[in-house]
Write a protein that binds this ligand. Structure first.
Ligand code: SF4
Length: 448
């Protein structure tokens, strides 16, 4: 039984590190707490509850998490401090020992935040230094809870978590250890969440997860089945798939998106390396030729599609020849943007047994080369649409400031401050696309 009186009138501060999934989960925690009577602390107010949702994708991320926890504790003296997320799952003892930390909730326990909080909140007074220093986490193989989450990111776009965990165990990655094996809720429950988003005024939903294409392991359903069911939810005009592994992006799915009512011509696909040698070392589930085939298929049926690609540089085993192959492969690929990540060593990963190591300055050089290539691809892609008409979903802007929004194929669009009227917020509007804006991040647009 949850005692809601313990929550009434309390103020909370939230801090999120890492991916869209984390941000979406934090907003859900905030909503659940709000329903219990906890409001978000205003700027300058001291919070009674601090929640830090952590990431552990790199060593730097771990360091940032520790800094964020210290900062939260310093600026909210006496607050009850909860830490969750991937770093919390991987290093629970370490975090719970930090001065000022009360609860560390691993991947399985975060779904029970409210009940654990209600139970433990009252126990704080008994702790010797006023803090509990407790941690709850289970072994990776026992992580089986699914914390549902559908949250409004920037007031316009919703993030719907459709899947969690991963069974792939790529050699450089700790995510399966931090989030557990692949699991998902039912299609029916996700359709229900999408319908609720419509009722709250939502028009666009981004589907998030760790390995989305693997959807269905728990329920015997398929990702394509989910896509078809969501396509039928009236009122949602746009869906985007946040990221999908190339081997799970089936031709059937691509073809379905091409003729669907609401799935946008926009894909984000992790490549990681354009060298088959490196892909093998990474234990990825495809080779370059499969990847190139997917891009070709998308472009055949959706010539205007925006395609973002993740690439990791300087991974163990990436010799100069392997990097040259990657560069040449990407240079010849009709994609719109590269998301470049320098490889970072993670304790416990099998990549550490690969002897060939790339030095930091060389990693930086390779990143730079790929980022320059990305800038050119981005510019080329946007340039193709200058002068054309497009439909844009606009997002709220501060009074007197330029409004921004995205076209169906993910081109960021900027309206002049004069045209940026508050009533355009969250509306689908026809525009004509003009030239690049001042910092080349958007195309300027005029209303039609
Ligand atoms: S697919 Fe590979 S990189 Fe992605 S979460 Fe799973 S193990 Fe990590």
């Amino acid at each position: 039984m949850i005692d809601s009186s313990a929550f009434q009138g309390k103020k909370a501060a939230y801090y999120t590190l890492g991916c869209k999934l984390n941000f979406s989960e934090t907003s859900t925690f905030a909503r659940l707490l709000q329903e219990m009577g906890v409001r978000e602390a205003a700027k300058g107010e001291t919070a009674d509850l601090c929640l830090v949702n952590t990431c552990s994708v790199t060593e730097v991320a771990d360091h940032k998490c520790r800094q964020a926890i210290h900062r939260m504790i310093r600026s909210n003296p006496g607050a009850f401090v909860v830490v969750t997320g991937c770093y919390a799952q991987l290093k629970p003892e370490h975090i719970s020992a930090m001065d000022g930390v009360d609860l560390v909730l691993g991947a399985n326990e975060k779904a029970n935040l409210i009940s654990i909080l209600s139970e433990r909140w009252s126990a704080v007074g008994n702790a010797s230094d006023g803090h509990l220093h407790e941690h709850y986490s289970v072994k990776t193989k026992d992580i089986n809870s699914f914390a549902p989450s559908c949250s409004r990111g920037n007031r316009t776009r919703y993030f719907l978590k459709v899947q969690d965990g991963c069974d792939y165990f790529c050699t450089y990655c700790t995510i399966p250890y931090a989030r557990g094996f692949s699991r998902n809720p039912t299609i029916a429950s996700l359709v229900g969440q999408a319908e609720q988003a419509v009722a709250d005024g939502g028009k666009e939903i981004v589907l998030t997860g760790v390995n989305i294409g693997d959807f269905g392991k728990t329920t015997g359903e398929t990702f394509l089945g989910l896509v078809k069911a969501l396509d039928g939810v009236e009122g949602i005009h746009r869906y985007r798939i946040s990221s999908i592994e190339p081997d799970l992006l089936t031709d059937e799915l691509i073809d379905y998106c091409a003729q669907s009512r609401s799935f946008m011509p926009h894909f984000h696909i992790p490549l990681q390396s354009g060298s088959d040698t490196v892909l093998k070392l990474m234990h990825r589930h495809y080779d370059c030729s499969l990847f190139a085939g997917k891009i070709k298929r998308i472009k055949e049926v959706m010539p205007h599609a925006f395609i973002g690609v993740d690439v990791m540089v300087g991974s163990r085993g990436e010799t100069p020849e392997c990097f040259d192959e990657t560069y040449a492969f990407l240079a010849g690929l009709d994609v719109s943007q590269l998301h470049v990540f320098p490889y970072s060593e993670r304790p416990g990963t099998s990549a550490l047994s690969i002897p060939y190591v790339v030095e930091e300055p060389e990693k930086k050089r390779r990143s730079r080369l790929l980022l320059d290539l990305s800038d050119r691809k981005f510019h080329d892609f946007y340039s193709r649409f200058v002068g054309s008409e497009a439909e844009v979903l606009f997002e709220k802007a501060k009074r007197g400031r330029a409004m921004h929004g995205f076209t169906r194929n993910y081109i960021r669009v900027e309206l002049s401050p004069n045209d940026s009227l508050p009533e355009l917020d969250n509306q689908l509007i026809k525009v004509r696309l003009g030239d690049f804006n001042h910092d080349n991040t958007s195309l300027k647009a005029t209303l039609l």
